[in-house]
Design a protein around this ligand. Structure first.
Ligand SMILES: Nc1nc2c(c(=O)[nH]1)N[C@H]1C(S)=C(S)[C@@H](COP(=O)(O)OP(=O)(O)OC[C@H]3O[C@@H](n4cnc5c(=O)[nH]c(N)nc54)[C@H](O)[C@@H]3O)O[C@H]1N2
Ligand SMILES: Nc1nc2c(c(=O)[nH]1)N[C@H]1C(S)=C(S)[C@@H](COP(=O)(O)OP(=O)(O)OC[C@H]3O[C@@H](n4cnc5c(=O)[nH]c(N)nc54)[C@H](O)[C@@H]3O)O[C@H]1N2
Ligand SMILES: [Mo]
Length: 840
């Protein structure tokens, strides 16, 4: 979330799109309902089916799964045509006025630079025009036909209301009402928030769906202000923390690109050059020279100018004394990913299925139920030599071999049936302690990092994940102990020092390393502005720097703070837990004040978060350091950037140009600088917006498994219910929760039920080109057939939370879903595919 959960109470209008917040994030609904009660806020819900969230909304409208960009593209056009954008905000805080290279173009669904052979874009034309000094050219009048604003206007010309409704199947009057209601937040004294979750991300255009939100929110001036923002309602309790710690293949901790096996990543200096925007052509051969250039004002990288400090401090944290200025701080120890390979979930299971992977650690995950095309993923596990499952329960994945023959899809004769005796995978099960049985932090969806103390002792032999990994790595290091082989150095020289004086794992030692310490005295680094790239600081994850502080002779870990005070009344609660970065509760908060840095937006003084104070001390110890940003939230701005600096009106400090990007310049996305509507991989219709059906930049893994509308005419989607948690291991194993939602269920409209002779409670079979599943039919008014460009099209919805273990069992819906993912993030297209349904 750019904002946070409590901040939802400050909104004038909430657009909930691709999220069933009432069931999956009930706490967010609490604050939204408060906004409605106290400020008369409006709640809008856009979802293919009517849900418990719709029931609480002021305005509900359906759309066909996979068509959100069409819906939002029409919104962008409506905002521009009716001049509803927040002009001052757009001109000053976004890249609307930036001129784009003449070579940039868009035709027939393809942006310029399409490389037909390699099926990817050369993104060099997706860039700004620059002056002799490399600075972007702009036209603040927004009239130049090459400025972002005009190009955007042209791009969305095609998204008129009639065309949009033909694609989405949304009733026109409802669509207009949504446009009118949400776009009213473009007024300077209004803010609107967007909440989304998996209905938006689980698509081949998932990342571009969110980009479309970004454009809408920037145009309406809703970013960086209370009650505004783009708010991903994140899933697992610590999924935000997992991302911060880089449980993703393409980043290292703190959202820095992970190094590759390419020439421009070959040593630390090449890598820093590559990951620091603008540094490509700068003449430096070592970090000292780089520091001199930075002092002289080069390059123009925004806050990412400090990347070398984050990377070197991380290497110091990982390799300690072995990381020295003389050996590139042991950069060569870091594993380098193969440029040509993809290491995301789908790609890994494809590789496993091809027999390219020997062993697998499954740590708190259940892909046999939760993975896309789960028949294939289950089969991939049979090709492993060994698998370690670390879990509370022996879930479907831990015991995948017990149900091989039983659960083969009847219609898939080419998949060999295997008995457990024929499966060679050796499985080790390590029982894990539950969240209540251990201590540590979780970063919740609003970036608040909160410490949790242990509530009970672990059951039986189960151990915390930290204990398991601490013991495992200690054993591995023991084995490698005396090795002198070069390739063993990364293990031999890795710092691993998390034991307390009794030899038990000490989570505060992990916390200190993540937050960062001064190498000389081991004291916490007080904030990431103090990190260095000379080896004097060590820090495991720069965005967590500042969470640990030294006061009154001891370390204070701020995620443990529990003070409820809220001086501003805006729900900031600055001493409750700690939010990254630097306890900032709303990011981009420079935008909550007018460009002059002082005046609130007209009529909105109460929601001003920060301001420029020419008399405030930038450094409390230096009485001559006049001029600083101050406010009720921690300013998201370089403290001393005053009106005399060019960057004074550049609130988006993580971007080199400092502006919110209506146009995503090169190297941001793989599939285009403006979101464009493409159909899902399996679609019941042709794309009427352009000549490409599927997002061209998407990798197709299994062309022979694409279901077509002649055989599979119905759209299928999957979702959760409040009664179950995820793959169900945590809920179907508990009798009282299993009883609440005992059966695998499919929801279908009364109209489709009639066509198919299905009645409420009937057993039915749903099939796709990948497999079949059985379910109990729930015939409901919550789904309605869509009118898509004159065609009458049905959509059904399945729970994906069932499997063959536990008290409540049923077929995993993922036996139906395809192995295809988003062009950028590889998030699987769980939410839109083709199927058929019949009585069992
Ligand atoms: N009780 C409970 N709470 C949970 C979870 C749980 O399992 N149980 N899981 C947690 C996790 S990990 C996550 S990620 C979140 C997920 O939270 P949500 O995203 O809310 O979860 P879903 O139910 O998968 O999907 C949300 C909605 O997307 C709609 N949808 C389907 N296709 C589309 C589309 O193309 N466009 C739009 N606009 N909407 C579409 C579905 O109809 C559904 O109502 O929930 C978290 N909270
Ligand atoms: N069709 C379809 N498929 C989906 C989705 C969808 O919307 N539709 N949603 C996707 C999403 S958003 C997600 S997040 C994934 C979730 O997929 P998974 O992460 O595979 O699902 P969970 O059920 O959360 O699995 C977690 C496992 O962790 C165990 N566990 C719980 N606490 C701990 C712990 O402290 N330590 C350890 N070691 N184990 C623990 C649980 O017992 C459980 O077996 O599913 C995805 N799959
Ligand atoms: Mo999730």
């Amino acid at each position: 979330m750019t904002n946070h959960i409590v901040d939802l109470k400050n909104t004038d209008c909430a657009l909930i799109m691709g999220s069933n917040a009432a069931e999956n994030h009930p706490i967010s609904m609490r604050w939204l309902l408060k906004a409605r009660d106290t400020r008369g806020a409006k709640i809008i819900h856009v979802d293919p089916r009517y849900t418990r969230t719709s029931a609480r909304a002021d305005l509900y409208t359906p759309l066909r799964s996979g068509t959100d960009i069409a819906f939002l593209g029409g919104m962008i056009k409506y905002i521009i045509d009716n001049e509803l954008y927040h002009r001052d905000y757009v001109v000053n805080y976004t890249n609307a006025s930036y001129l784009i290279k003449d070579e940039f173009d868009f035709h027939d669904g393809l942006f310029s630079g399409w490389d037909k052979e390699n099926k990817k874009y050369d993104v060099s034309s997706w860039d700004y025009q620059a002056d002799a000094n490399g600075l972007p050219l702009t036209d603040p009048s927004l009239q130049n036909p090459r400025c972002v604003f005009q190009l955007m206007k042209k791009h969305y010309e095609r998204y008129d209301i009639d065309t949009v409704c033909k694609i989405t199947g949304t009733p026109k009057n409802k669509y207009l009402e949504v446009l009118k209601t949400f776009c009213a937040t473009g007024a300077p004294d209004k803010t609107g928030t967007i909440l989304y979750a998996m209905g938006i991300t689980q698509h081949t255009v998932g990342a571009q769906n969110i980009r479309a939100f970004a454009i809408v929110q920037l145009l309406l001036g809703n970013m960086g202000r209370p009650g505004g923002g783009i708010n991903a309602l994140r899933g697992e309790n610590n999924v935000q923390g997992a991302t911060d710690m880089a449980l993703l293949f393409h980043i290292i901790p703190g959202y820095v690109d992970s190094p590759m096996n390419t020439a421009d990543n070959k040593d630390l200096i090449s890598f820093i050059r590559k990951v620091t925007p603008g540094a490509a052509k700068l003449p430096f051969t070592n970090l000292a020279e780089f520091r001199e250039l930075v002092k002289a004002g080069f390059p123009n990288s925004g806050w990412k100018i400090h990347t070398s400090k984050w990377v070197v401090s991380m290497l110091k944290a990982w390799y300690g004394k072995a990381a020295t200025p003389g050996n590139d701080f042991a950069y060569h120890y870091l594993p380098k990913r193969d440029e040509k390979k993809n290491y995301s979930h789908i790609a890994m299971f494809e590789a496993m299925h091809r027999g390219e992977i020997e062993g697998l650690f499954v740590n708190g995950s259940n892909p046999v139920v939760g993975g896309p095309n789960s028949n294939k993923e289950q089969e991939a596990l049979t090709k492993l030599k060994w698998m370690v499952s670390i879990d509370l329960w022996a879930n479907e994945t831990a015991e995948f071999w017990t149900h091989q023959a039983w659960d083969r899809p009847v219609k898939n004769p080419d998949v060999p049936r295997m008995t457990p005796a024929e499966i060679g995978t050796e499985v080790f099960f390590l029982p894990a302690a539950a969240v209540y049985e251990k201590e540590g932090t979780a970063a919740q969806t609003g970036r608040w990092v909160q410490y949790r103390w242990k509530g009970a002792e672990p059951v039986g032999d189960s151990k915390s994940d930290l204990w398991i990994y601490n013991e495992l790595v200690k054993k591995i290091k023991q084995k490698y102990g005396a090795s002198k082989r070069k390739e063993d150095e990364p293990i031999v020289n890795m710092t691993w020092d998390y034991d307390d004086e009794h030899g038990h794992d000490d989570i505060m030692k992990v916390a200190l390393e993540l937050c960062g310490y001064n190498v000389a005295d081991g004291k916490p680094v007080e904030g990431f502005a103090k990190l260095a790239d000379d080896g004097s600081t060590a820090c495991g994850c720069w965005v967590y720097c500042g969470a640990m502080t030294f006061k009154d002779g001891k370390n204070i870990y701020k995620p443990q703070l529990r003070k409820k005070d809220d001086p501003s009344g805006l729900g900031i609660h600055p001493e409750w837990g700690w939010a990254w970065p630097m306890n900032r509760r709303i990011v981009y908060n420079r935008c909550s004040v007018q460009p002059d840095g002082v005046t609130p937006w007209p009529g909105d003084a109460k929601r001003q978060l920060v301001k420029w104070d020419p008399l405030a001390l930038a450094d409390p110890k230096n009485p001559t350091s006049l001029g600083s940003w101050v406010g009720v939230d921690v300013p998201d701005f370089i403290k001393t950037t005053g009106p005399d600096k060019a960057a004074f009106t550049s609130p988006f400090i993580m971007r080199p140009e400092g502006k919110g990007c209506l146009f995503a310049a090169k190297n941001s996305l793989k599939d285009g600088p403006f979101p464009e509507h493409y159909e899902p991989w399996e679609s019941p219709t042709v794309n009427i917006m352009n000549k490409q059906n599927l997002n061209p930049a998407v990798k197709v893994w299994e062309p022979d498994k694409q279901g077509t509308r002649d055989k599979y005419p119905i759209i299928g989607t999957t979702y959760r219910v409040v009664e179950h948690w995820q793959t169900g291991a945590l809920t179907r194993n508990l009798p009282w929760l299993a009883e609440l939602m005992p059966d695998m269920m499919v929801e279908l409209s009364e109209e489709l039920a009639k066509e198919k002779g299905i009645k409420n409670g009937h057993n039915v079979v749903i099939s796709t080109s990948r497999g079949d599943v059985k379910a109990v039919a729930c015939v409901t008014k919550r789904f309605k057939p869509f009118n898509i460009n004159g065609q009458y099209i049905h959509q059904i919805g399945l729970l994906w939370q069932f499997g063959f273990k536990g008290y409540a069992t049923g077929d995993p819906a993922n036996r139906l879903t395809p192995h295809i993912g988003d062009a950028n993030a590889m998030c699987p297209e769980y939410k839109a595919w083709l199927c058929d349904i019949r009585r069992a």
